[in-house]
Design a protein around this ligand. Structure first.
Ligand SMILES: Cc1cc2nc3c(=O)[nH]c(=O)nc-3n(C[C@H](O)[C@H](O)[C@H](O)COP(=O)(O)OP(=O)(O)OC[C@H]3O[C@@H](n4cnc5c(N)ncnc54)[C@H](O)[C@@H]3O)c2cc1C
Length: 637
């Protein structure tokens, strides 16, 4: 397998412009002869589908929800970054690029990240033109707030519902094309396999989630915008339906999986309260603009927070990282929370919590200003915990939130399977080992509105793509495989719920491959996961039929894939014998407990190739070089 990044030569600020000129174009009259399959209608998928249709391509778009408008992107709260420098506080495209490369702990590709920073400014213009109601200053200018890992204010937001507003923009653009007949929308269709003809991605097999019908769809190229795989940990901030099935099936058809162990743990989530829980809730990073994080100085301090005087509090982020304070990047803030909890200074049930306190901000700005900025988040917190954050500090703790790993893509966002493009959270390209806050929305929309429209055309114009019909044997084989798998799942007939397998997998992943990882733990996980998987195929209970709406069946298929992916994540974490970003190997840390990279041996992307059932996957590397942002020990002090 060859990993050719295809990053163009030349100065970084000219690469994308030069590439755009050099890429081949499809003549407008020929665009309508091509059909592109876009799987996913989140920010990445919807923006791609709408943009390609607007250009004249025929698009088929798929999602498993009842409406594209319900994609998980709708949950995004805090905001979207862009180097507009509206605040006149020293921002620039280069600074956003620099912050992102540094924030990712020097494990991303410079060329891709620079392009992302460059396109960020265009995204805001596009979304404003669509009518996205970004927050504004009194004078009418768009407002900004700060996010972790940056010393400038560059995050555009719509209260605590930025994802929802951006998705409405993309959804309207998509609906317009649906109305014009250029996009055919397949809601409640789950992609269960990728179809290759002559080595190229030429279609997918889906299951109609209402009727159970298994169908093939052919096209000239396939785009996956199917989101992240963090639900492999069971407890996560993702929507419950978020899954890895599409990218996992593509991996099994030859798409390399890059850096699977790079998962993000977000520092500000509502802590776990007990075994009954099936989901965790994020409290947006934006809250760290005004909230101050602290724990009692004394271990196991029994006093309620409001009775602990200033002198007995440890504002540990402000103390340890005076330059960035509460706005250190997520990996740094999460590890710091774990450290204080390990010292016995955590708060709330089990000691797995730290305070996020708004008392100072409320005193300084007034409760109404705080309410305007974060009102919906405060309300959500109160509904879940029955505590009023205007009166008592929130309790927060790190939780799984995002996956930086994903299918390997080149500069054109094409995977190792010709014709298969991967966008948004489903690919690995821009965030290295740690994603900075407010940059996932930026990436998904950059991919969809501004990269795919060019690179898909280049692929179509540079390759001979014969027409292929779903009668082709490759489709028939894939359909038969999907049908067989469905039958096998329904036929297991065991006593144990699929959810209990998922929960157990999640526990293994969190304990052995979560916030802190070590060789012994990872090796244990690599023994436990295959055993659990084997048990799943013997003992899982999947009730119901295929020919109906069967959520148990849907879940079983997804959990079966997680049981394989979990193993790859642990293997990747074991082989990466260094700490970087969110991948914290306890054996590799600085004296003050920060991640210690090994640039000599691990300054690369690890991309895994599927080697067949029961075979160890093959690890390939794409070396990373840094010409503009030189790797150093990350410091936020
Ligand atoms: C609570 C929360 C808050 C966040 N806040 C922010 C924020 O403020 N700023 C920020 O930048 N990022 C934020 N993020 C991250 C960001 O929201 C996501 O990374 C981003 O929205 C992912 O977009 P996407 O288009 O790649 O995927 P998604 O929005 O997850 O969409 C995936 C799409 O793929 C479809 N799909 C998946 N599998 C299949 C299949 N097999 N067959 C058919 N369809 C399939 C789904 O139906 C869906 O349409 C947040 C994340 C969470 C969990």
């Amino acid at each position: 397998m060859e990993l050719r990044s295809q990053v163009p030569e030349g100065p970084i600020e000219r690469k994308w412009e030069k590439h755009r000129f050099e890429m081949k174009l499809v003549n407008p009259a020929n665009k309508r002869k091509h059909t592109i399959l876009v799987v996913g209608s989140g920010l990445a998928g919807a923006s791609t589908a709408a943009s390609l249709a607007e250009l004249g391509y025929n698009v088929k778009c798929y999602c498993y929800q009842d409406s594209p408008r319900r994609a998980h992107s709708i949950a995004a709260q805090g905001g979207i970054n862009a180097a507009k420098n509206y605040q006149n506080d020293g921002d620039s495209v280069f600074r956003l690029f620099y912050d992102t490369v540094k924030g990712g702990d020097y494990r991303s590709r410079e060329g891709n990240v620079y392009r992302l920073a460059e396109l960020s400014v265009e995204i805001i213009d596009q979304c404003v033109a669509q009518g996205v109601p970004f927050a504004r200053e009194y004078g009418g200018m768009l407002a900004n707030r700060s996010f972790g890992g940056a010393q400038v204010s560059r995050t555009f937001y719509a209260r605590g519902q930025t994802g929802q507003q951006l998705l409405l923009g993309a959804y309207q653009a998509l609906e317009r094309q649906i109305g014009l007949g250029k996009v055919e929308m397949f809601s409640r269709h789950e992609m269960l396999d990728l179809v290759l003809v002559d080595g190229k991605a030429r279609g997918i097999v889906t299951r109609d989630m209402v009727s159970g019908e298994i169908e093939s769809h052919a096209g000239d190229a396939v785009v996956l915008g199917t989101g992240g795989y963090g639900n492999v940990f069971y407890l996560a901030t993702y929507a419950k339906g978020a899954n890895a099935t599409a990218i996992w099936r593509a991996y099994k058809k030859g798409a390399a999986f890059a850096n699977p162990c790079f998962t993000q743990i977000h520092p500000t989530c509502i802590p776990v309260t007990g075994e009954h829980q099936s989901k965790l809730t994020l409290m947006s990073e934006s809250l760290r603009n005004d909230g101050r994080i602290w724990v009692p100085k004394k271990a196991k301090d029994p006093r309620p927070p409001n009775q602990i005087p200033e002198g007995d509090r440890d504002y540990y982020l402000e103390r340890q990282y005076p330059s960035f304070g509460n706005l250190v990047p997520r990996d740094v803030a999460s590890r710091a929370a774990k450290r204080v909890a390990d010292e016995g200074r955590g708060v709330g049930p089990g000691g797995f919590g730290v305070y996020l306190d708004f008392a100072d901000a409320i005193q300084r700005l007034g409760a109404s200003v705080i309410g305007e900025k974060y009102g919906n988040l405060f309300e959500m917190y109160e509904r879940i915990t029955a505590e009023n954050p205007y009166q008592v500090p929130m309790r927060i703790y790190p939780a799984i939130h995002y996956t930086m790993g994903g299918l390997w893509v080149d500069y054109n966002l094409m995977s190792t399977v010709p014709g298969l493009h991967v966008i948004g959270e489903a690919n690995f390209s821009d965030h290295g080992a740690n994603r900075l806050g407010a940059s996932a929305l930026m990436q998904g929309l950059a991919d969809g509105y501004f990269v795919m429209p060019y690179t898909i055309g280049h692929y179509l114009a540079s390759n001979k793509i014969d027409k292929v019909a779903t009668e082709h044997s490759a489709f028939k084989q894939a359909e038969a495989g999907v049908a067989q798998r469905v039958r096998t799942l329904l036929g297991i007939g065991g006593p144990r719920s699929v959810d209990s397998f998922h929960r157990e997998l999640g526990r293994i992943m969190w304990e052995d491959c979560g916030m802190a990882r070590n060789e012994a733990g990872l090796k244990t996980a690599l023994e436990k996961i295959p055993a659990l998987r084997e048990q799943f195929w013997r003992e899982a209970k999947v009730p119901g039929e295929n020919e109906e709406l069967n959520q148990s069946l849907e879940k079983a298929g997804r959990v079966a894939d997680f049981l394989e992916l979990g193993e790859l994540i642990c293997l990747d974490a074991l082989e990466r014998r260094e700490s970087c970003g969110g991948h914290f190997r306890e054996e590799f840390q600085t004296p003050d407990g920060e991640a210690r990279r090994d640039d000599e041996n691990f300054c690369h992307v690890a991309a895994w190739e599927y080697a067949g059932p029961g075979q160890k996957p093959i690890r390939h590397v794409e070396p990373l070089s840094f010409e503009y942002v030189h790797p150093s020990q990350r410091s936020y002090k």
